[in-house]
Design a protein around this ligand. Sequence first.
Ligand SMILES: [Zn+2]
Length: 340
Amino acid sequence: MTPSERERYSRQVFFPGIGEAGQEALLAAHAAVVGCGALGTFHAAALARAGVGRLTIIDRDYVELANLPRQWLFDESDAEQALPKAAAAARALARINAGVRVRGVVADLTAANIEDLLAGASVILDGTDNFETRYLMNDWSVSRGVPWIYGAAVGSYGLTMPVLPGRTACFRCIYPEPPGGVQPTCETAGVVNAVTAAVAALQVADALKILAGRPEAVQPRITTLDVWEGGIRQIALPPPDPDCPACGRREFVYLEGKSRPPVKLCGRHAVQIHERPRPLDLAALAAALEPLGRVRANEYALRFTAPPYEITVFADGRAIVKGTDDPGVARSLYARYIGA
Ligand SMILES: [Zn+2]
């Protein structure tokens, strides 16, 4: 450590759980944050402040006004410009800690790009809002032996669980299939910023133990909490299930998926279209769409408004169609305005 690092991180060095060796390990470590919303912005800010040397931040979405009550890294100008969250986060983190190397990736995590995006990370923090991406992360984590920390929150309730391959049950041991029926979402049930911060802080604590070289300090437990009505509960994780398709039979079906269908976005009245990567010239697309509706573009994304719809297109061909929950409608709007 340089003298300035020694001063900056002195309170972590004094803390026996981290110490000098732990801080050196943090400075050399690489963590990935998947999903940069309420949980992910907290993860990224906390890890950057703690001095984790490299951060990869992956997010497919852009900043909106309704994110600001709980997404700690973003401000009103980010929402006004509809900046992609990964880009806005990278910019904010550079102001928090210039010593951290941040890779902000504006993309959906898929089977096709997961190896490129996560390789080299020693821990993955879950800031996503959907089971499909979590199963994909779990497959990658179990197959590569890299731990990940699950987290979720809605309303005032949240939960978190560490997945330590070879030691604990994995995510598919606990949730063999996605939950059926209607699940509460942040749109139907709302969400309180205190619970997302609490869940994210517990995830960060486990990540710091792993990155500081103290993985044995991670307790194999599921933690549930309710910041409004109840307290905190912890139950021991069961042992790994020998019949689990992922960690038992080592069948990584989510890693083998080649394409993804359009997906409804949690609580957004929006659908994401991303069937295959197709690089787009956003300036040319802006010129083509100008006569048809309102167009705003920056270097990352283009937003086209044709009421009641709003289509945000990214340079890799992915789009978020707002104003519908129907993948068919979204697909036809994409074909009409962007091309089939
Ligand atoms: Zn398992």
